[in-house]
Design a protein around this ligand. Structure first.
Ligand code: GAP
Length: 572
């Protein structure tokens, strides 16, 4: 049972949501969430959390898988439940069709969430398409013929391994057994799974009754095309197949040049057995993937490798897991992994550390061994981040898919997908290095790390990088009078042509700052009495609360530099 408690710390009162649970016959109290200092706000927040928990209990096959949730005192300590409440309250993300009780594994993005997601996609586009002038973005169908997935082997191999209890609850056996063994569980044989379930006396996560091994269940969503026909197609389970089936046409358009990069940002669909953890495991989600087609004879070279040769990669190697994460230069790793592949690992890590500004300790590559890697991969490193309450979580992967897919498509389609090297006149089927990213997982990570409870302000400050912030500036006329509102309107019209900005006219100035801090708006522009005389405004920096005056005529230019981080706030 959950209940609110008040704690007095240093003369101040703080509210928490606690819960009593029976563990090994004893009643133990756990803190679920920090609720703030205001009683009414605390009651409202608690209601939201419990309602949200009830919904996910009812609608998901399994309740949210949480380790002990801690009160939010630092940026990184938000639980999934609190994040879900925050996302709903501020219009970032809602459960899809919530007015009908929601649908497990499906989420909708509200206006702020949509904008943040688009901003992430644009930053991704700019960075990865910028790596080579022969990299392009395409857009392909989300429904594809069954032949595509015969060729790619998804119909045969793209499975979740299931277990079932007497009451009919089905769940993923690998995730269930990870909870018993505290190890990553992948690629076991039927007998190994059976033994593991028996040895651990595994029980159903929902009803605790004994569990039985079921075996592989395909994750694809079939679609019936037309009426009265027997044609079955499938919703794509990854964006990658679009670039593969279009490779030959795009190769000719790109005047037969390799390496050729085909990027695609779009939806993918998987009939997940256990959707959970907000956006982390959904049944419909967005991927941003780049397929890099290259000549396999040139796998030990990359024209820009010199630029990264001494760059240190943060890697958990498959053969050194007990020693934890190591740092290894690209040169060093290239002694056992092809240079062409290592080069892109460096670029991926730089994207996270330099562009998204993730803390180094929160990032690593995780090398999958032969049992764990995806069926189409020869080399497979997951891109992982260390999320509060969840631990290391996969955001994407760098995959060496060889010619697995193109060879399959050549065989099934009977089309020749080989190409010729202009210099050597040799024919070959190109190989592929795939850079694969889950957009929703990146979105959730960015929100989680940006979320900061500022004790001094007693308010949430969403410390998003300005490039990613959904709204770039809020314009706040200090007095409700025509002359102030006119300046506000003019500034809005000028800035809104370039970015999403808002005018915020209601409430005290403190309340307005707080409201905008909470959704990550990096700059507040205040119009006060001085503005009328001097034709200038105050800009306030979200994170430091520093303020400075700038001429209205220079505002747009300064704002652009601040957003692009070519100007420091102190330098204005
Ligand atoms: N084309 C390769 C591929 O699809 P994957 O590891 O299956 O590889 C890539 O998926 C990324 O897509 C994952 O790292 C993850 O970020 C995201 N992803 C996969 N399944 C997801 C799901 N059910 N919900 C949200 N994101 C998911």
């Amino acid at each position: 049972m959950a209940f609110i408690v008040k704690k007095k710390i240093g003369g101040n009162e703080y509210y928490y949501l606690n819960e009593n649970k029976r563990v090994d016959g004893k009643v133990k109290t756990k803190t679920i969430a920090y609720l703030g200092k205001d009683k009414k706000e605390a009651e409202k927040k608690a209601k939201d959390i419990l309602e949200n928990r009830k919904q996910s209990d009812q609608k998901s096959p399994k309740p949210l898988d949480l380790k002990e949730a801690k009160p939010v005192l630092k940026s990184t300590e938000i639980s999934i439940e609190e994040l879900a409440v925050f996302c709903k309250r501020k219009g970032f993300v809602y459960q899809s069709g919530e007015i009908y009780g929601g649908l497990a594994g499906f989420y909708d993005y509200g206006s702020l969430g949509h904008q943040l997601k688009k901003n992430f996609e644009n930053v991704w586009r700019k960075y990865f398409l910028g790596l080579n002038s022969n990299f392009f973005e395409i857009e392909t169908s989300e429904i594809m013929s069954s032949n595509v997935f015969v060729a790619s082997e998804h119909l045969k191999n793209f499975n979740d391994i299931a277990a079932k209890c007497k009451k009919g609850h089905i769940e993923r056996v690998d995730l269930l057994m990870e909870r018993y063994t505290h190890k990553k569980m992948d690629g076991l044989s039927d007998d190994e799974w059976l033994n593991l379930i028996k040895e651990n006396k595994a029980v159903c996560s929902t009803c605790k009754s004994p569990i039985e091994y079921v075996g592989p269940i395909n994750m694809m969503f079939p679609i019936q095309l037309g009426v009265g026909t027997a044609t079955t197609a499938y919703l794509r389970p990854e964006t990658a197949q679009g670039p593969y089936v279009n490779f030959k046409a795009e190769f000719e358009v790109a005047r037969n040049k390799l390496p050729l990069g085909l990027a695609l940002i779009g939806r993918a669909y998987r009939n997940e057995l256990s959707p959970r953890n907000l956006l982390l495991r959904q049944r419909a989600f967005t991927q941003a993937e780049l397929q890099i087609f290259f000549n396999p004879a040139k796998i030990e070279e990359h024209e820009d490798f010199e630029d990264v040769k001494d760059y240190e990669l943060i890697v958990m190697q498959s053969n050194s897991r007990d020693d934890g994460v190591i740092k290894t230069s690209c040169n060093e790793l290239a002694k056992r992994i092809p240079k062409f592949y290592v080069y892109y690992m460096a670029r991926v890590q730089q994207f996270y550390l330099d562009v998204l500004k993730l803390e180094e300790e929160k990032f690593r590559f995780f090398e999958l061994n032969d049992k764990e890697k995806a069926f189409y991969n020869k080399y497979h490193f997951d891109i992982e981040v260390d999320l509060p309450n969840l631990g290391w979580t996969e955001l994407g992967g760098v995959h060496y898919r060889t010619d697995h897919d193109l060879k399959g498509h050549q065989e099934i389609s009977k089309q020749n997908l080989s190409v010729m090297d202009e210099e050597t006149k040799e024919r070959f089927i190109p190989h592929v290095v795939e850079l694969s990213f889950g957009v929703d997982r990146n979105f959730q990570t960015l929100l989680t790390f940006a979320y900061f409870y500022d004790k001094e302000r007693d308010n949430i400050v969403l410390r998003l990088n300005p490039k990613l912030s959904p709204v770039k500036a809020a314009i706040l006329p200090i007095v409700k009078k025509d002359e102030f509102e006119k300046i506000s309107r003019n500034i809005f019209d000028t800035l809104n042509k370039e970015w999403k900005v808002v005018q915020d006219k209601s409430g005290s100035i403190g309340r307005r700052y707080a409201r905008n801090d909470e959704v990550g708006t990096p700059f507040c522009i205040t119009i006060d009495g001085e503005s009328l005389k001097k034709k200038d405004v105050t800009i306030r920096d979200r994170d430091t609360k520093k303020q400075t005056r700038v001429k209205i005529s220079l505002l747009k230019d300064i704002l652009r530099k601040l957003i692009e981080e070519t100007l420091d706030f102190d330098e204005i």
